[in-house]
Design a binder for this molecule. Structure first.
Ligand code: FAD
Length: 310
């Protein structure tokens, strides 16, 4: 049995495991894929005190740091069900996809998030062949070319502003009648000469030929007319989905599926804590997830010293 069982091996989970292990308590970490989103990231320039690193390098460093301590790392293990302790201070159970079951007095949930998909024909087929989700990572690949950004929220508008400085032309397509981004961002976007903004546009298909994106088709939701845009890249910016489907019904989630946490990373279940992109914490970033994971582990430790076994 563990005293702290961390589910998820991204920045939040790694930080939680290190903080817990440094208290000398039995710590385990089960992760579907150690490293999380960082493993899919290229340049990282906002991890304070590290002016530049790259995803795979940071993942290796996180793993090495966790390995400095007596942490039981269970990689390639997907959690499927959380069964909360039947009495306060009792053992929580986490069932894994491989049929095994882990027990722990406290649990830190840090299963992160993933980009929301459009779900239209062509999106899957041309993924990484013109369909992208991360402007910071893939923007430079479209230097001088034509791209679309799907989504007019803060992330979409920020992406469009960012890309406009690199690519030849940006078409931003917003589903609603108006963009939802902060006015200051919209104003900035409107000031750019190589950006076209389409509202009330529903993207219905991403087209391609010879294994590469060559355009997209959208429906004007006011007129019902279908339009084709010729381009080389499509950046999908319609939100992040927390990896919390497996927790539905067992723990309190926000309307967006985020695990609701307070400022001590406590969830609706005593002894179960959560950290990082999977939670309601604002701003989903590496340095924030690391801080949140650390807080969650300290809260778990505090819980343990206040709730002696049985
Ligand atoms: P994740 O990193 O999402 O880790 C989640 C972990 O949980 C993974 O190990 C995953 O395998 C595991 N998991 C999920 N479900 C289960 C399950 N059911 N059972 C077991 N394990 C599970 N942030 C920055 O600060 N700077 C950047 O430059 C930056 N660039 C980015 C570029 C890209 C392409 C992406 C995708 C993200 C970027 N981010 C960046 C955001 C940053 O990566 C995230 O904020 C951060 O990784 C969140 O950490 P986390 O530990 O909460 O979750």
């Amino acid at each position: 049995d563990f005293e702290v069982l961390v589910i998820g091996g991204g920045p939040a989970g790694s930080a939680a495991a290190i903080y817990a292990a440094r208290k000398g308590i039995a710590t385990g970490i089960a992760a579907e894929r150690f490293g999380g989103q960082v493993a899919d990231t290229m340049g990282i320039e906002n991890l304070i005190s590290v002016p530049y690193t790259e995803g795979p390098k940071l993942v290796a460093a996180m793993e090495q740091h966790v390995n400095e301590y007596d942490v039981d790392i269970m990689n390639m293990q997907r959690a499927e069900k959380l069964i909360p302790a039947s009495q306060p201070g009792g053992l929580h159970e986490v069932r894994l996809a491989n049929g095994a079951s882990l027990k722990s007095r406290t649990v830190v949930l840090s299963t992160g998030a993933r980009w929301r998909q459009l779900g239209v024909p062509g999106e899957e087929e041309y993924r990484n062949k013109g369909v992208a989700y991360c402007p910071h990572c893939d923007g430079p690949l479209f230097k001088g070319k034509r791209v679309a950004v799907i989504g007019g929220g803060n992330s979409g508008v920020e992406a469009a502003i960012d890309l406009a400085g690199i690519v030849g032309h940006v078409t931003l397509i917003e589903f609603g009648a108006e963009m939802r981004a902060d006015e200051v961002l919209q104003k900035k976007l409107r000031s750019l000469s190589n950006v076209e903004i389409i509202t009330s546009g529903q993207t219905t298909e991403i087209t391609g030929e010879n294994g590469k994106v060559n355009g997209l088709i959208y429906t004007d939701r006011n007129t019902g007319e279908s339009h084709q845009v010729a381009l080389e890249g499509v950046f999908v910016q319609i939100g992040l989905v927390p990896n919390t489907e497996w927790l539905k019904g067992d723990i309190e989630l926000s309307q967006h599926g985020e695990i609701i946490v307070n400022d001590r990373n406590e969830t609706s279940i005593p002894g179960v804590f959560a950290a990082g992109d999977a939670t309601t914490v604002p701003y989903k970033q590496i340095v924030i997830s690391m801080g949140e994971g650390s807080k969650a582990a300290l809260s778990a430790f505090d819980f343990l010293i206040r709730n002696s076994a049985e």
